[in-house]
Write a protein that binds this ligand. Structure first.
Ligand code: MG
Length: 280
């Protein structure tokens, strides 16, 4: 679909409710600059609801600090200094004999779907969500081949969805993808993220799975700064119906799952660190 709301191509989605920080300097207008009345709920990347040193509320774009995933990864503190998100650990279901040996951890926004508070005229799904006495209508479109991809992957992987978006909003989108709760073993949200340098990060270790058998698919690789070796970066998707990244990944993943150590295969990817760090 085409929509005037998707004019920010290249930016990883200021209108996305789960807003992943972007390195794009050509389009660094923050969500708040554009939509100043928006609830702070919609800035999950800032741990204290957006009121960080580089204030996203700043009117002055010139002074706005542009987020660099590369710098973020370089400056990431040692793991041992990090506390694990407490809420998640107790809820993760243990692997059983019937669960596949390999694990696939999937990001949601701009990886599997695109969502917006702006009207998407041909939106496949809409729902209302509440936050702090405000009601919001959310428009959702699905990335091409997402259903085929998930169906194919569930035969080979135990799957988790792990998003830094708020549960109140994100669970409704996961319900669209997995209405019968058959695809995803468990769903992890913002409360299951840790906060590092003012940003939510996702912590793979809380899953307690074998890291040699774990793959992450995320359009924002820096959100897993401690597990870059498990990462397949995917191009941010904001509505292009010609996109076939998920379809192309199916045969790749079916081969990857047979590797003794998935990380040894992933490190040979030519795009790996390039895309990882440019967050294209
Ligand atoms: Mg994302």
């Amino acid at each position: 679909p085409t929509s005037s709301n998707k004019s920010s191509a290249g930016n990883s989605g200021p209108q996305s409710i789960h807003h992943t920080p972007t390195s794009s300097s050509s389009n660094n207008q923050s969500y708040y600059t554009r939509y100043p009345n928006t609830s702070p709920m919609f800035s999950p990347e800032h741990c204290v609801f957006g009121y960080s040193a580089a204030s996203p509320l700043s009117e002055d774009e010139e002074n706005e600090e542009v987020f660099s995933p590369f710098t973020f990864i370089k400056n990431i503190p040692n793991r041992s200094q990090q506390s694990r998100p407490v809420s998640a650990v107790r809820d993760i279901p243990p692997k059983t004999r019937s669960t596949p040996a390999a694990t696939l951890v999937l990001d949601l926004d701009e990886t599997l779907v695109f969502s917006s508070l702006n009207v998407i005229h041909d939106a496949e799904y809409t729902f209302n969500t509440r936050f702090q006495d405000h009601k919001y209508k959310v428009y959702v479109i699905l990335r091409p081949y997402v259903k085929e991809f998930l169906q194919a992957m569930t035969k080979h992987f135990e799957m988790f969805v792990y998003t830094s978006a708020k549960k109140e909003y994100a669970e409704k989108i996961v319900d669209i993808l997995d209405p019968n709760k058959k695809l995803f073993r468990h769903r992890l949200y913002q409360d299951d993220c840790a906060c590092v340098l003012g940003h939510y990060i996702k912590d793979l270790t809380i899953l307690e799975r074998d890291l040699s058998k774990t793959v992450i698919l995320d359009n924002a690789p820096h959100t897993f700064p401690y597990h870059l070796m498990n990462m397949i970066p995917i191009k941010s998707w904001i509505g292009n119906q010609e996109d076939s990244e998920l379809q192309k990944l199916i045969p790749y993943m079916e081969k990857l799952v047979r590797a003794d150590d998935i990380r040894n295969v992933l490190k040979k990817r030519t795009d790996h660190f390039h895309r990882l760090l440019s967050e294209d």
